[in-house]
Design a protein around this ligand. Structure first.
Ligand code: GMT
Length: 386
C-alpha cells in the first residue's frame, strides 16, 4: 500500500511566521515523498525554486460589481474543494484559523467526510481575533469541526481553551528550524558595513505591528548605547514604522539606528547581531527568536505568551515583564559586556535550537497527526536529528 499522502496546505503567503512555518513544513513533507498542494492567493514567499512533489493552486477572487468586499473566503473554500476532488487529497492542513479553518470546514461540506482537516493555530488568530465577538463563534466552530487541531505553544493552547471554552484536545506542535539554513554564518564583512569593531549590534526583526512594541526596542537601545558603544538594526516593515522613526529622531539616535527593510536571507542578517530584541505584547511562539537562537544569537525579550517556552531565561536569553525596558536594558548590557557569558549563551542557543526544535522531529509529529486523523497506521518515518 502506498503510504505517502496528498496534502493541501493553505497559509498566508506573504511575510509572517505562520506562512514561513507552513511553507517550510510543505517543503519537508515533499522531500519525504508526500504530494503537497499549496492553495493560496499567491505563491508563498519562502517556496523558492521548483521542488519535486510541490504544486501550487491560485485562488481567483470574483469581484463582481455588486460586491463591496469581494468574497475571497468563499473562493478559497471552493478552490480547496476543487483541488481536493481533482487531486484526491487525503487532507487539508490549514495555518491560521481565520479564515482558513472556516474555509476548510466549508470545503469538507462540499467534498464529504473523506477529506480530513488539520488546523494549526499560530497566535493572533486566537489571542486577538477570538476576542472579537464578530468572529468568536465562527472560530470556535472551525476548531471544533477540524479533525485535528495543533497550536505552536502550550500557552496558546491554554488561551484557546480559556477564550473559546474548547473541550476537544489540541496537540502541541512547536515551530522548527532547518539547520541546513539556520546556523551561524560568517557575517564579519556585513557587520563592518554597519558597526565599528568596538560596537555591538542589537537587532529587531518583525512586521512592526503594535503587538511587537517596537517603541520599547528603541527605548531599550537608548539606555544601552549610553553605556556600551552600539548600533540598532531594524529588519522588516509595517504600520508602526513612522512612529519608530519619529521616536528615533526625537532621541537624536538617527546615526545609530538603521532600517534594512524586508530581507530574504534572515540567517545571514541575524548572524551579524549580538542580541535579538523581542519585547512583544503578545507572542504565541516567536519564530524569529528560534531563528536567532539557531544562529547563536540570544534573545532579550518579554515574558509574553509562549516566549518563555522557547527562550530559557538566564541560558539562551533574558526575559522581563512586558514593558519593563529598564530590566531589558540592564540584561542587554550584562550580556554585551561579559564575553564569557556571551559565549556560554551562544553555545546554549545552538544546542537548544538544533536539538529541541529540529525540523525533522517536528515534521514527524505532524505526519503522526495526519496518519491518526486518517485512521491509518504510521509508517516508520524516524526523524534524523543531530
Ligand atoms: O499571529 C500572528 O500575529 C501572525 C503570525 C504570523 O503569521 O506571523 O505570527 C504568529 O505565528 C508565528 C508562527 O507560528 C509565531 O512565531 C508568532 O509568535 C505568532 N505571533 C503572535 O503571536 C503575535
Amino acid at each position: 500500500m502506498d503510504k505517502k499522502l496528498k496534502i493541501g496546505i493553505t497559509c498566508y503567503p506573504s511575510l509572517g511566521g505562520s506562512g514561513v512555518v507552513a511553507t517550510e513544513l510543505g517543503k519537508l513533507l515533499a522531500e519525504q515523498g508526500h504530494q503537497v498542494h499549496f492553495i493560496a492567493n499567491s505563491i508563498p514567499f519562502r517556496l523558492g525554486t521548483f521542488q519535486k512533489n510541490i504544486f501550487y493552486h491560485e485562488v481567483e477572487v470574483n469581484d463582481y460589481y455588486v460586491f463591496r468586499y469581494p468574497p475571497y473566503d468563499l473562493s478559497l473554500a471552493t478552490k480547496m474543494a476543487q483541488v481536493a476532488k481533482s487531486q484526491q487529497l487525503d487532507l487539508l492542513h490549514v495555518h491560521y484559523a481565520v479564515p482558513h479553518a472556516v474555509c476548510a470546514f466549508l470545503a469538507k461540506q462540499m467534498v464529504g467526510d473523506g477529506l480530513k482537516v488539520v488546523t494549526t493555530l499560530h497566535g493572533t488568530d486566537i489571542t486577538v481575533l477570538a476576542q472579537d465577538e464578530s468572529l468568536k463563534d465562527l472560530i470556535r466552530l472551525a476548531i471544533n469541526e477540524s479533525d485535528a487541531v495543533t497550536a505552536v505553544s502550550q500557552d496558546l493552547i491554554r488561551e484557546t481553551v480559556e477564550l473559546l471554552d474548547i473541550q476537544r484536545p489540541i496537540d502541541l506542535t512547536y515551530n522548527f528550524i532547518d539547520k541546513r539554513i539556520y546556523y551561524p554564518r560568517d557575517a564579519a564583512s556585513l557587520r563592518r558595513d554597519f558597526a565599528a569593531p568596538d560596537e555591538k549590534i542589537l537587532m529587531h526583526i518583525s512586521n512592526f505591528r503594535p503587538v511587537k512594541r517596537t517603541q520599547d526596542v528603541v527605548e531599550v537601545f537608548r539606555q544601552v548605547q549610553e553605556q556600551v558603544p552600539a548600533k540598532l538594526l531594524f529588519v522588516g516593515e509595517g504600520p508602526d514604522l513612522p512612529k519608530m522613526q519619529w521616536k528615533i529622531n526625537d532621541l537624536g539616535l538617527n546615526d545609530k539606528v538603521h532600517f534594512l527593510g524586508k530581507q530574504d536571507d534572515i540567517a545571514q542578517v541575524i548572524s551579524m547581531a549580538d542580541v535579538l530584541m523581542l519585547p512583544s505584547e503578545k507572542e504565541s511562539f516567536g519564530l524569529v527568536a528560534l531563528e536567532a537562537m539557531a544562529c547563536g544569537v540570544p534573545t532579550i525579550g518579554s515574558r509574553a505568551g509562549g516566549i518563555p517556552e522557547l527562550v530559557l531565561h538566564g541560558k539562551t536569553g533574558y526575559l522581563s515583564a512586558i514593558g519593563d525596558t529598564q530590566s531589558m536594558a540592564e540584561n542587554t548590557i550584562r550580556l554585551l559586556t561579559d564575553d564569557r557569558l556571551a559565549a556560554e549563551f551562544r553555545e546554549a542557543c545552538l544546542q537548544r535550537a538544533h536539538h529541541d526544535f529540529c525540523n525533522d522531529a517536528i515534521r514527524h509529529e505532524y505526519e503522526q497527526i495526519y496518519y491518526r486523523v486518517l485512521g491509518r497506521e504510521v509508517p516508520n518515518l524516524k526523524p534524523v536529528c543531530g
